[in-house]
Ligand binder design. Sequence first.
Ligand code: F6R
Length: 261
Amino acid sequence: MEVVIVPDAAAGGELIAEAMAELLRRKPDALLGVATGSTPLPIYEALAAKVSAGAVDVSRARIAQLDEYVGLPAEHPESYRSVLRQQVLEPLGLEAKAFMGPDGTASDVRAACEAYDKALEDAGGVDLQLLGIGTDGHIGFNEPCSSLASRTRIKTLTEQTRIDNARFFDGDIEQVPHHVITQGIGTILDARHLVLLATGEGKAEAVAATVEGPVAAVCPASALQLHPHATVVVDEAAASELKLADYFRHTYANKPDWQGI
Ligand code: F6R
């Protein structure tokens, strides 16, 4: 995997948005896998700015959701479908038909999960999957000890993740659902390019385990080590526990310009 250390979250957002723009210039109908949470916001802002500036045409882009709360109606302001409509689709000028995601309100959750994996496959697979990382090393909502071969399925959130996410629910953990549908780690690994952004000191330990620890289900993000094209973009604070930070800085500074991330 490639590790890129950037000065701050805005620089990470710009770097990744440019990689997405570059992909869309090559493949205008690319399927972009998007994550929610605080971390990817600078990416979405930078990409929307490029669209406004005419630097990239996203009109044929397609968007795929990574995970969704179970039981929140689609129109609930914190359903990830609503959040992505507001943070990604609307700023990019995309219509609902460009979007695909699992149905968090399905009466048969298992069937909804299988249907989503099939829909991703039928759509030709995800070209670039954005990922954040939990303080416990989760990607999507694959909490520690999730199978590294897992497909889209229902998962129970850890107490820590519910505490972390309570800020989106008026600070009230009771409002945070216990269950989510998440792409599995195996599903995520099917994407052609994985790009994980981590910012802030709170992510430093999880980033070190992901990048420099063993591949182990206890740190789900460490599965990125198995992917042929995985990029981990971290700000200085999130890089602070990396023993090989200088090596990563050196290799990125000296890579050929044409290579991109
Ligand atoms: C959300 C998701 C999660 C978040 C992670 C970090 O779609 O997939 O894995 O990326 O919980 O969340 P933030 O960015 O809010 O720290």
